[in-house]
Design a protein. Structure first.
Length: 232
């Protein structure tokens, strides 16, 4: 048996802790066959750890497209399930099922554009960075040396964004939270499904610099300043 320090392959994956909440992990695979995979799991910056039997671990295999500056690459997702855990040389070795080769494509109905602008949470000091999105959702990045547990999946929050030096409040629902112990980065998926026409226009302008304001909405725009009057 090889030691935890000499893996045959290292994979970046994630495992689920609650519905739509995932934690990044690193699989240090020491043995793999068509029947099972044996791996150590690195969950934090230092040392190896373990997850409960029955845990499903997902990992990316290869990009389905290479992506570009505006469209992040899409990946095929495979998975294994932990069947038992045993101690080997002081480390917890996870014995898993063979790779589930049923492809799960992380594809969205509308492609997402790479972004970089600040997003604040109303009535909070939390400050995020939008790193990709479209006119229906954003992926927000947040750095902290502990998992953010104050956000509730499925709940709507008010997010503050700026356009032309003017702040606007858009309601969005938390759909996904992912935390990487290595980098201390959170990735938070927010879905905007309850926007009025003016809020929808703001989001379109933020995610697409080439967005053309519909004629029916031009009365809401101050052409001199770019400020949009929201009817809320």
């Amino acid at each position: 048996m090889q030691s935890a320090n000499t893996p045959t392959k290292i994979l970046r994956g994630k495992y689920q802790i609650t519905k739509n909440t995932f934690v990044i992990c690193y699989l240090h695979v020491v043995e793999a066959s068509q029947h099972e995979i044996k791996t150590y799991l690195k969950l934090k910056a230092k040392g190896f750890s373990e997850v409960p039997v029955g845990t499903t671990i997902f990992f990316k295999v290869e990009p389905l497209n290479k992506g570009d500056d505006d469209t992040p690459p899409s990946y095929t997702i495979f998975s294994v399930k932990v069947t038992h855990v045993q101690e080997v040389n002081g480390q917890m070795l996870h014995v898993c099922t063979a790779v589930d080769k049923k492809q799960r494509e992380e594809l969205r109905a509308a492609p997402r554009r790479a972004l970089e602008f600040p997003v604040a949470l109303a009535n909070s000091e939390a400050l995020f960075t939008a790193i990709n999105g479209n006119n229906r959702g954003l992926t927000l990045q947040y750095s902290a040396n502990h998992a953010m547990v104050s956000l509730v999946l499925g709940r709507s929050y008010e997010f503050v964004m700026s356009h032309k030096e003017t702040s606007y409040v858009l309601p969005g629902e938390i759909k996904h939270i992912q935390y990487d112990w290595q980098t201390h980065q959170h990735l938070i998926g927010v879905h905007f499904n309850k926007l009025d026409k003016d809020q929808d226009m703001i989001l379109n302008l933020l995610v697409d610099p080439d967005y053309v304001i519909p004629i029916s909405n031009k009365a809401s725009v101050d052409t001199a300043t770019g400020k949009i009057s929201l009817d809320i």
